[in-house]
Design a protein around this ligand. Sequence first.
Ligand code: C5P
Ligand code: MG
Length: 214
Amino acid sequence: MAPVFDKKNVLVIYVLGGPGAGKGTQCSKLVDEYGFCHLSAGDLLRAEQQREGSSYGELIRTYIREGNIVPMEVTIKLLENAMDAALKENRSGAGWSAGKGRFLIDGFPRKMDQAVKFDEEVCTASLVLFYQTTEEVMLKRLMKRGESSGRDDDNVESIKKRFVTYKETTMPVINYYAEHGKVAEIDSTVSVEEVYENTQKVVAKILAAQEASS
Ligand code: C5P
Ligand code: MG
């Protein structure tokens, strides 16, 4: 069965990197400049956790606190629904017209099963932006963020668990896409502006390629 969305019409860029690497920050800059629809898997899960009547609230809360990966069916469905809704909004701007759009999928896929299923059944990603820095830097950023984020998992205990999950479960996903030549690795130790300059270069290229093929 073909994916729900054809990559000729719908551009998907996965945004990966450890917790606190700067994924969300870079995504919001890309949204401003290129009109992407930004879907953060973590944000969608937190919203579902809060939603009244959700049958997944407790499950999501536990997985997030423990830094574990929520069963993929839940996350993939949330992403697919959000993509569908964005495509039905009839957005205007570069990359958007009937049935066409461009998406940054942030913090996904975090596990091999999600990667395979989403690419095969929802939409095949064109690129992986991979933000890379040290655990020391990420820990510092997350602790700072924790002062105001209100997130259950921005505390040392959860952060340590998230680092383990990242290394054991998400790195294999990044390596898999690297083998397929889809990964652009960007050092995110430097300033937000410098990271963004390097991000722009990669994204501008992929958008040009998309334009040329559509
Ligand atoms: O990306 P973010 O840091 O917001 O993700 C927070 C948590 O949400 C993760 O630590 C994990 O528990 C859950 N998550 C998930 N699957 C994803 C993305 C996030 O289970 N693809
Ligand atoms: Mg984030």
